[in-house]
Ligand binder design. Structure first.
Ligand SMILES: [Zn+2]
Length: 194
């Protein structure tokens, strides 16, 4: 499952097939428009070069925090010192809404700029930490990918961002590695043709 904050982090991700290294999409107007539309947010697109740098810097701080957390680390006071100023720049007004007969309360953003967006990203991450199940936060098991996602499967066993792409690729890699091992076991003088 994609969340607002993980979608933001995945604006920079590896090429799952290996090869062309990290793909940086944050500075692209197309990505900015996609992101704003997907999460019903509003800010000027294209963002200025200066703003893109700020967004990237925040993304790297948040990514480092998430990776630390996935590795079993704890969220510290220092992390909150990073998150709180970001949150402070995104004021909201509380608003009660009814959808399909169900009442809920939402924070409606007051500003229409990228600082507000960063605050929404930080708030979404804190929502997962405090109201979700943070133990479900994953990083794709394909080392070339690095996609971050929230594992919403019932048995909590999702290892790859997508089974069709990374899952299959890693299956093929494991199969080849095993085959190679078996071949080497049979005749150590054989060199692999791959
Ligand atoms: Zn992946």
């Amino acid at each position: 499952m994609e969340t607002l904050w993980s979608d933001f982090l995945n604006s920079r991700a590896g090429d799952w097939r290996g090869g062309s290294g990290l793909q940086e999409r944050m500075g692209k107007e197309k990505w900015q428009r996609y992101f704003l539309e997907r999460w019903s947010l509003s800010a000027p697109a294209p963002a200025s070069g200066e703003t893109v740098k700020e967004l990237q810097a925040f993304r790297e701080q948040l990514r480092a925090l998430v990776q630390h957390y996935i590795a079993g680390g704890l969220v510290s006071e220092k992390d909150l010192e990073m998150l709180n100023p970001v949150l402070a720049k995104g004021p909201v007004i509380r608003c009660a809404i009814i959808q399909g007969g169900v009442i809920s309360m939402e924070g409606v953003p007051l500003r229409n700029d990228w600082e507000q967006i960063m605050a929404e990203v930080a708030a979404s991450f804190l929502h997962t930490l405090t109201a979700g199940e943070p133990s479900r936060i994953r990083i794709c098991d394909n080392p070339d990918c690095g996609w971050i996602f929230y594992d919403d499967t019932r048995n909590r066993t999702k290892k790859y961002c997508e089974d069709k792409t990374c899952g299959n690729l890693m299956k093929v890699r494991r199969f080849r590695a095993k085959k190679k091992e078996q071949e080497l076991g049979k005749d150590t003088t054989t060199t692999s043709g791959e």
